[in-house]
Design a protein around this ligand. Structure first.
Ligand code: SF4
Ligand code: SF4
Length: 467
């Protein structure tokens, strides 16, 4: 059987889906993929339950615009750091693809990991091997089919619920998820709907949609041709060695391919790798293991299907494309390191208080002065408690301006944020000839590693403009 490379094997002539049930495979790559998938699943499930510096290891708290990553809390004002981080990760993926092809898809993509190592396993436990599963699909809807498929879908739902809760723990917080689960859904109805919607999406994708996501929807799959070149590694069939395959030429002229079709049977996207590199190939290596097993049986060298470069050259990290990626990744990492090293030990922004720009109040001696209200959003970005003292510059104090703060100095725990309100009282005659605006500075004193640290920012005092 040869598949037409111009047609999707998962769709029939009418455009209806042909459900792919790939054969099980054993071998060198399968063994290693199983271990890697298990490790990735463990990391995914356990990461939200671990913490560093008292912060959930990864917590993408979108409503509060806070991102906890490996013990460091990033706020919305840390957007440049996130930019460098995402830039380095995206370019890293492009670099890996340019060298090793779709290794991400076959070995680490959640789509592959969950389908191959969770959902397909559930299928095997409940319905048997690929031959039994194919038979069951064609069988009449009797008690056996209902029992097996019912058990399978029940386990699919349980797995989807667990994955959805674990995934949402990255966004809602693991402790919050546990607390919410102990309450009736009506108490947190929005989150309940969110988790249910996500469970349904997982069930749809991993249990039913499967390889169609990779073939039809995945944007990364779409841009493969831009990232790969003739020197990139890919899962390839050795045409010179394999062709003409058995049954297509006289026995003395046939190549090593015995036309057993095992490589097609095991392929999760249903393609025939002997037709050349195709966009549907996710680089899962199942066909390598399948063919190696056949080659061992027919006593021929393994590697008729193997990881290789398209032009047969040796893998080289120092070609222009990969060098360009490495340099850009280096720039991103340098930018990230610089941003982390120069990150202020505390972040603060003075803002004008809501309401009137200024008001008249009496000072201690009963004289009417101008009052401006401000607030500072201050965030301790250190890993320990810190104390901050707010003040105005001496020159403005000498002119009779006074600062009133509720709590000064202010102590904040590690990563704690606070809205710090304060008033500035200004003698009226200071506004003479100032057109209602006096520029000054507000300053904060603290200590870092025992050394004093000073930070100041502009403060504009408003008053009557006609004096
Ligand atoms: S062709 Fe081979 S490597 Fe590509 S998806 Fe199919 S089985 Fe996996
Ligand atoms: S598994 Fe190997 S021998 Fe069998 S059809 Fe595929 S390439 Fe040919």
């Amino acid at each position: 059987m040869t598949l037409d490379p111009s047609k999707l094997t998962s769709v029939d002539e009418k455009g209806d889906r042909l459900y792919i049930i790939p054969a099980e495979v054993r071998g060198y790559y399968k063994k290693h993929r199983t271990w890697i998938h298990a490790a990735l699943l463990a990391v995914f499930m356990l990461l939200p339950w671990t913490s560093i510096n008292g912060l959930q290891t990864i917590w993408l708290n979108i409503p509060d615009r806070e991102f906890a990553l490996f013990g460091v809390l990033f706020k919305s004002h840390d957007a440049p750091l996130i930019f460098f981080l995402l830039g380095a990760a995206t370019l890293g993926l492009a670099f890996v693809t340019s060298i090793w092809g779709r290794v991400w898809c076959g070995w680490a993509c959640p789509q592959t990991v969950f389908i191959e190592s969770v959902f397909r396993r559930i299928e095997q436990w409940t319905e048997g091997n690929y031959i039994e599963r194919r038979r069951l699909r064609e069988a009449p809807m009797d008690f056996t089919r209902i029992r097996k498929q019912g058990t399978k879908w029940f386990l699919f739902v349980v797995a989807s619920l667990i994955i959805a809760h674990s995934f949402m723990a990255y966004f809602i917080g693991a402790k919050n998820i546990v607390a919410m689960m102990q309450l009736p859904p009506s108490e947190n109805f929005t989150y309940f709907l969110l988790v249910m919607a996500f469970t349904a999406a997982i069930l749809f994708d991993f249990a039913w949609f499967r390889e169609q996501f990779c073939v039809i929807m995945c944007p990364y799959g779409r841009i493969q041709s831009l990232l790969l070149d003739s020197k990139s590694k890919a899962v390839l069939y050795d045409v010179k060695r394999g062709e003409p395959r058995k049954g297509t030429a006289p026995a003395e002229k046939v190549g090593d391919c015995v036309a057993c079709n095992r490589c097609v049977q095991v392929c999760p996207t249903g393609i025939d790798i002997r037709n050349g590199l195709q966009m549907e190939c996710i680089g899962c290596t199942a066909c390598i293991d399948a063919c190696d097993e056949i080659m061992a049986k027919v006593k021929k060298p393994q590697g008729l299907i193997r990881y290789d470069t398209l032009d047969g050259s040796k893998m080289k990290l120092t070609r222009p494309r990969s060098m360009a990626y490495m340099i850009t990744i280096g720039i991103m990492i340098a930018g990230l390191s610089y941003a982390v090293v120069t990150r202020e030990p505390f972040h603060w922004t003075p803002l004008r208080g809501a309401g009137l720009p200024y008001s008249y109040v009496k000072d201690e001696s009963g004289v009417e002065v101008i009052s401006n209200q401000f607030k500072i959003h201050i965030q301790n970005q250190e890993r320990q408690e810190a104390t901050y003292k707010l003040s105005l510059p001496q020159d403005i104090l000498d002119r009779g301006v006074r600062l009133t703060v509720g709590e000064n100095p202010l102590t904040l725990k590690s990563e704690e944020g606070h809205e710090w309100y304060f008033f500035v009282r200004i003698p009226q005659d200071l506004f003479k000839g100032q057109k209602g605006k006096i520029k000054t500075r507000v300053q904060i004193e603290t200590t870092k590693d025992g050394a004093p640290l000073h930070s100041e920012k502009e403060l504009i005092l408003l008053g009557p403009g006609d004096l």
